[in-house]
Ligand binder design. Sequence first.
Ligand SMILES: *[C@@H]1O[C@H](CO)[C@@H](O)[C@H](O)[C@H]1NC(C)=O
Ligand SMILES: *[C@@H]1O[C@H](CO)[C@@H](O)[C@H](O)[C@H]1NC(C)=O
Ligand SMILES: *[C@@H]1O[C@H](CO)[C@@H](O)[C@H](O)[C@H]1NC(C)=O
Ligand SMILES: *[C@@H]1O[C@H](CO)[C@@H](O)[C@H](O)[C@H]1NC(C)=O
Ligand SMILES: *[C@@H]1O[C@H](CO)[C@@H](O)[C@H](O)[C@H]1NC(C)=O
Length: 496
Amino acid sequence: MAASPMLNASPLLQLLRSVCVLLLAASATVSGRHHTAPPAASRTGQSMYLAPNCRAHTASLADFGGVGDGTTSNTAAFRSAVDHLSQYSGEGGGGAMLYVPAGKWLTGPFNLTSHFTLFLHSDAVILGSQDISEWPIIDPLPSYGRGRDKIGGRYASLIGGSNLTDVAITGNNGTIDGQGALWWSKFKSNKLKYTRGYLIEVLWSDTVFISNVTLLNSPAWNIHPVYSRNIVVQGVTILAPTRSPNTDGINPDSCSHVRIEDCYIVSGDDCVAIKSGWDEYGIAVGMPSEHIVVRRLTCVSPTSAVIALGSEMSGGIRDVRAEDIAAVDSESGVRIKTAVGRGAYVRDVFVRRMTLERMKWVFWMTGNYKSHPDDKFDPSAVPVVEGISYQDVVATGVYKAAARLEGIQGAPFRGICLANVTAELDKSKKYPWTCTDVEGVSANVTPAPCEALQQGDVGGDGACPFPTDTLPIDQLTLQQCAYDVPPTSPGAGGGN
Ligand SMILES: *[C@@H]1O[C@H](CO)[C@@H](O)[C@H](O)[C@H]1NC(C)=O
Ligand SMILES: *[C@@H]1O[C@H](CO)[C@@H](O)[C@H](O)[C@H]1NC(C)=O
Ligand SMILES: *[C@@H]1O[C@H](CO)[C@@H](O)[C@H](O)[C@H]1NC(C)=O
Ligand SMILES: *[C@@H]1O[C@H](CO)[C@@H](O)[C@H](O)[C@H]1NC(C)=O
Ligand SMILES: *[C@@H]1O[C@H](CO)[C@@H](O)[C@H](O)[C@H]1NC(C)=O
């Protein structure tokens, strides 16, 4: 492979750089021995960030012909940068970081590589190309059998990757702006031949860390890890207009060991949606979403849920924990959506400490979500929903009803537990609870729940179950990583 573009820097700079690396290594050892020592002191031009792994090599997008003027396409620059840096992605290669400097970097879709960090400067904005011919058409997901919007293929996601290990997307809160308005209007007027792309999608990947970035205006879903494990999304801001179609925030799909925390999401759909494939296609792939924790999420989603489970759940969804969830203006809290034909299950869902303001429904479950990939679904594939706990919920300004719970006839949703719940709603609402084909227990719920949810004692301490163990993904540790800010090349266009 060709030498790194970084090596074009003056020999003096190189020397300085290696001296600093040595000094840093020394101080890291020292602070490792004396735990009270502060992190390695940063000098001019050196910055720090947190990630599961640090990288031995760094290059700037500007070194690959990138032009940050907001109008020049950088698709080739991003692709050749990742291509070049993939030489370090092998065993013992040390990994690489691609630094995106201040500027506006217009691009079509590109893929990431393993042992790789995409780092965004605080004034870096990656802009999604408005030239649809720049967006490749890729195969539908096997667990969906087709594109979600349209039968057949789908547009690639802006930032993609398959079969990756150890990837980070982070920075000083730089921005990835999908410029989705073009896609939303084409979608609404039915002018798209294929399903819209997402902002970030990884398939078949392990250890993906997304933190400290702002995502704007995705064409559709924002973050979509699928068939993957060990995913952390932390300190991410996601913003889309509240009427933009399907701009879900974070959608783990057939993924295990996922941690979503400290995120702020404004969405035209669900803030978080946990999925696992669609009807017969999802059943055939059979990959559940499990061992997922969502905490300290703040959500605005007037047309959909704070956290949705489904409606595509045909690989199963289990062991989901959500805590310290705040929402202002949403349709429902933690919502379950499924249908006959989906098969599989949604079980062991634990929710505690939700503060909800201005809600249509506090609780919403549907066993008759009418959306199927085609008419080949198996009518005997009846999903099982059981073991769903909600504890310590305060909702104010509930404008429709406390709950709308609709299970499946002959296959009721069982083991629902509600404890310490207050829903403050308009006194004119005569039927605060609608319950059909559901069974469960409750304690200290105001207004008093439907009889179907008063079928026994919650438990000795008046609390619903919540696991006491921690998930392995909570033990993923982060390193302090240092890097030298690559010199700005003339092509970078500055931070204006
Ligand atoms: C990205 O990866 C996907 C799946 O492996 C592939 O179909 C697509 O062509 C790749 N895109 C680019 C721009 O290389
Ligand atoms: C990625 O991994 C999946 C599952 O192991 C495999 O089916 C697929 O062929 C792999 N794709 C590539 C591009 O290596
Ligand atoms: C996130 O970005 C902010 C703003 O630049 C920075 O101060 C902070 O250190 C970053 N946090 C992490 C964990 O990297
Ligand atoms: C990141 O930027 C967004 C949008 O400007 C802002 O709302 C958010 O508070 C910032 N987050 C951090 C950690 O600086
Ligand atoms: C009930 O929930 C509220 C709100 O989360 C909390 O402040 C309070 O401590 C809970 N009460 C009990 C008895 O757990």
